[in-house]
Ligand binder design. Structure first.
Ligand code: ZN
Length: 280
């Protein structure tokens, strides 16, 4: 079994919180009006303490994926996250669209974000989560070059760690050919386990759906994984500016209660989970 869980546990749960703050509006949506920026400010200054409080109630160590723009704009939020004992991972510079970038620019932005992590966090991150969960053809090479232990942006598995394979070639008519597996470990994500698209009012789409349906989905996915994927890993992604709105926070707390009520659940940071994983 490739994942050696701590004694007495049977299932790993990684709660991840992406502190996109103002960067997501500027970098992903090209929106820098005071109204959009105020939503990011809410996430950093109101959302972070609320999420930290919800995690503390169950003594949950979480992984926070933070663009360096958020580290530099809201250093007090980063400090509160670190003081609470959580992990901080890389999440781009300004939530940039790396899938549209040239390799040299993507590498330059990797240098920029790592310098900010060293300055604010005190060390380089062990893991990376790409902004908007997109990769360019160069991203895997860059993550290997910079020695990342893990990535958490891809979706070729749902509840198991794996080593993502590059595509050696793409052909609409001849089919695609897989290439070599990556040196880093992938901790898969899912749009079904992300609060942001389904609950936010976005420039190009309106989520704002009823929380009962979202909670039901998250619970069903957890129950499925807990029962049917032995030694599995469940990864949930929340965003402080979204999940910390009152009705969402109550849903989040109910979900954590549900998970914590199961025997043998191991809440852990992604790095701690990856450290217990070995290849078959
Ligand atoms: Zn993000």
């Amino acid at each position: 079994m490739p994942l050696a869980l701590p004694d007495g546990t049977r299932f790993a749960v990684a709660i991840t919180s992406d502190l996109d703050a103002q960067a997501v509006w500027m970098g992903t949506f090209g929106a820098d009006s005071p109204s959009y920026l105020s939503r990011g400010e809410f996430g950093a200054e109101v959302g972070v303490p609320r999420v930290l409080d919800a995690l503390a109630r169950h003594a949950i160590p979480a992984t926070w994926c933070v663009p360096s723009h958020s580290l530099l704009t809201f250093p007090a939020a980063a400090d509160a996250i670190l003081q609470a004992g959580h992990e901080i991972a890389a999440h781009g510079v300004y939530h940039e669209p790396i899938h549209k970038m040239e390799r040299d620019e993507e590498r330059r932005l990797m240098d920029v974000q790592l310098a900010a992590h060293e300055r604010i966090v005190g060390h380089r991150p062990r893991g990376y989560r790409s902004p908007s969960w997109n990769f360019s053809a160069a991203t895997a090479d860059i993550l290997e070059e910079y020695g990342f232990a893990w990535d958490s942006s891809l979706m070729a598995r749902d509840f198991e760690l794996y080593r993502p394979r590059r595509m050696a070639s793409l052909s609409l008519e001849e089919g695609n050919v897989f290439g070599t597996p990556s040196a880093f470990v992938e901790v898969p994500v899912s749009w079904y386990l992300d609060d942001f698209p389904v609950l936010e009012n976005l420039p190009r789409s309106v989520g704002m759906v009823d929380t009962e349906g979202v909670l039901r989905r998250w619970i069903d996915l957890f129950d499925f994984a807990y029962e049917r994927v032995p030694n599995g890993v469940f990864t949930l992604t929340v965003h402080p500016q979204t999940i910390a709105r009152g009705h969402h926070l109550l849903m989040f707390e109910r979900f954590l209660e549900h998970v914590a009520s199961h025997d043998g659940v191991w809440f852990a940071t992604i790095s701690d989970i990856v450290d217990r994983w070995t290849d078959d």
